[in-house]
Design a protein around this ligand. Sequence first.
Ligand code: NDP
Length: 255
Amino acid sequence: MTNYRLLAGKVAFITGASSGIGAAAARVFSREGAAVVLTARREDRLAELTRQLREAGAEASYVVADVTRPEDARRAVAFAVERHGRLDAAFNNAGIGGDRTPLHLMGDDVYDTVMDTNVRGVWNCLRPEIAAMLAGGGGTIVNNSSVAGLVAIPSAAPYLAAKHAVVGLTRAAADEYARQGIRVNAVAPGITRSEITADWFGRNPGLEEMVHAMTPQGRTAEPEEIAETAAWLLSDRSPFLTGAVVPVDGGFVNQ
Ligand code: NDP
């Protein structure tokens, strides 16, 4: 019988898998048939999620890594390849929100940490992932940008710059490796329930209501809604799609 699961038989590597969209991706990708390799810094979270996935019958493992460190990113990708013999799919999702502050008052340290995690982190992972996929004859990559990679949102300049850079890296990699069987796309989530948004909403009363008012569908996304789109982009069911940035945003950037 044909296996209709989107990621049946694939080996998928997920960064930022300890919470939010990355943890949802771990659940969705394994439900869709992938063997998943999870990474993040918080080992207790990764261990518990891996336990839950295995209990549900999935093939899951984890490796602790800080994506801001190139050697960690290389080690994490190597772990996935050593364990499964190849890498078919990667979701570069790890990221931080940073402060919500007007640009001229923003701390330089915020710029540094946001760029290090959200841009250099993607860069650090992309390179060993692409090398592994070239060795294996191809693969698919999805980077997690944001609606802030497509349009302006207020008081988040480093985050906005970082997420635009993720779009740039996505397009560059898609263009360079299209003829070598590697597709690279990005998702651009709108406001999504996670630790980042809990922190932003907690520190900025009224922000959640404001975002809902600005979103045609008038609500926050569940992390699984982003993960479902990433799963499809990573699957063989989007074969002619590369270099795309797909908004998953309840209509936010369409306005
Ligand atoms: P969470 O805070 O819930 O998840 C962020 C994840 O990134 C965690 O697993 C965290 O794990 C990991 N992470 C952060 N820094 C590092 C690091 N240096 N090394 C390794 N892992 C790291 O937030 P979200 O799920 O919302 O965020 C996921 C992605 O989605 C981010 O790139 C974010 O910018 C993007 N996004 C989110 C939106 C939203 O509204 N929530 C909207 C648009 C985009 P740990 O701390 O264990 O290392």
